[in-house]
Write a protein that binds this ligand. Structure first.
Ligand code: NAP
Length: 449
């Protein structure tokens, strides 16, 4: 006779089952939950999320015109429906429940809350009005409730985007797409309206290193060359003939394709009608200039720039808005030590302390694809079932009353399904949904009591 069996959708057991809390409902949280739910060890997995809605960066980070990428949320939705998994939204660990209380209620806690802060630019003028971090700007166009009120001023002619990663490309693309191109996206209403009125014609994407070192992935870079209302430009003199020796073959292939792309951009007609997305390299930002608000960015030219001897060492690019897309930093969390230049929590291959684990960007820093989190999830589930024992911990039942006493209105997956259905029903034209952008609207639509 087995000790435990699945009945009526719940693990029933003569012995206690492993109670696991996952903090954060983005890709890394869902992959960890799926791996635990699929393990041979009977588990109950509660996914805590500070917003009423699930899916983290899939909903609020992946660009609104990349709907195919967002469709991974259907897979996560299946995990949320698994009988051993429960979604508990609108509850913030560290605010509504302390990490110590959470750990007291569960056998294991997995931190999967990402690294949500913009890395600081750390140069003079970085706090001038008109300078935004990418986390805030991306959150704004994706309708994240924290950033719905950002109201970036897009009335000027020139934007400077700092950084050569995929987030910089997302921002450049969203600033450049036509209204028609965005019609089938789930961009937030406030952003669609602001972008339709945008005066921005010059989008400068600036890297501190060369075109061969850019972190753009090639599919995303090529997409920039296909925009209906914008021309991608580069300076042929900054593009090297070849790449340095010693690169791993896969990396080398991608970088070589990027150089081909930049060579094509260098042949574009700079006088073509519409917006211009200009890629500039070897330019380290040293100051944001302006009186009262941003007016320009000052750059120092790197010695590696083929233009180094023939052009000024320092130069300014006019900017009515600056988006610093230079990576993310972890938010201090319940006194846990940070590592990796504050890009992650200190951990030993996912383990922080007995019973406390970390996955995703918070484990390894903000890099990798969505699918990278799957490996993290599988590995941590294996570790948890090997290292933790079911102690008879009470799980959520120990916390529910305390949350209710504090007036916290937790949402569940059924609430989310109601919010989701309301967003889909409100969609206009080819858009897949019309997003709620405030927590109050989400709770109302979900019927969260
Ligand atoms: P990222 O790939 O790490 O790129 C950050 C960029 O900022 C780099 O070019 C870096 O230059 C530059 N930078 C850092 N500090 C700087 C400074 N002080 N001044 C000027 N430049 C500076 O980060 P990300 O773009 O935020 O992307 C995060 C992760 O999400 C990446 O793994 C990315 O591929 C992924 N992502 C993927 C997609 C997609 O697949 N469609 C979309 C969005 C994001 P150095 O190289 O010189 O350090």
């Amino acid at each position: 006779m087995p000790d435990s069996r699945v009945t009526g959708g719940l693990w029933m057991s003569e012995h206690p089952i492993l109670q696991v809390a996952v903090v954060g409902s983005g890709p890394s949280g869902f992959y960890a939950a799926a791996a635990l739910a699929g393990s041979q060890t009977p588990c109950r997995i509660d996914i805590f999320e500070r917003l009423p809605s699930p899916y983290g960066l899939i909903r609020a980070g992946v660009a609104p015109d990349h709907q195919t990428t967002k469709s991974i949320q259907d897979v996560f939705g299946e995990t949320a429906r698994h009988p051993a998994v429960r979604f508990i939204g609108n509850v913030e660990i560290g605010r509504d429940i302390s990490l110590a209380d959470l750990r007291g209620a569960y056998d294991a806690v997995v931190l999967a809350s990402g690294v949500p802060e913009d890395a600081p630019l750390g140069i003079a003028g970085a706090d001038l009005p008109g300078v935004h971090g990418a986390a805030a700007f991306v959150g704004w166009y994706n309708g994240h409730p924290d950033f719905s009120g950002l109201a970036p001023d897009l009335a000027g002619r020139s934007a400077v985007i700092l950084g050569n990663g995929n987030v910089a490309l997302d921002v450049a693309r969203i600033l450049s797409r036509t209204e028609e191109e965005l019609a089938a996206s789930d961009i937030a209403d406030h952003a669609a309206e602001a972008l339709a009125r945008s005066g921005l014609m010059h989008i400068n994407v600036m890297g501190r290193r060369g075109p061969g070192e850019a972190k753009f992935t090639n599919v995303e870079l090529q997409e920039i060359g296909t925009l209906q209302g914008a021309t991608a430009l580069a300076d042929a003199r900054q593009i090297p003939e070849d790449l340095p020796d010693g690169l791993p073959p896969r990396d080398r292939r991608m970088r070589a394709k990027n150089l081909d792309c930049f060579r094509r951009f260098a042949q574009s007609d700079p006088g073509a009608p519409g917006r211009r997305i200009r890629f500039g390299f070897f330019a380290r930002p040293i100051a944001i200039l302006g009186t009262g608000r941003v007016e320009a960015v000052r750059f120092a030219r790197a010695e590696q720039d083929p233009l180094f001897r023939s052009a000024p060492d320092e130069f300014d690019i006019p900017a009515d808005i600056v988006i610093a897309s230079i990576g993310y930093r972890a938010r201090p969390f319940s006194g846990l030590p940070l590592a990796e230049g504050e890009r992650a929590l200190a951990n030993d291959d996912g383990r922080i302390e007995d019973g406390l684990y970390v996955v995703g960007w918070l484990k390894r820093g903000p890099s990798g694809k969505i699918a990278t989190n799957r490996l993290d999830g599988d590995a941590i589930a294996e570790r948890i079932v090997a290292e933790c024992t079911a102690s008879g911990a009470p799980g959520f039942s120990a916390l529910a009353e305390r949350l209710a006493d504090k007036g916290v209105r937790a949402s569940n997956f059924d609430h989310w399904l109601r919010m989701d259905a309301a967003e889909i029903a409100a969609a206009r034209g080819p858009a897949p949904r019309r997003k709620f952008t405030t927590i109050a609207d989400m709770l109302r639509a979900g019927g969260v009591a």
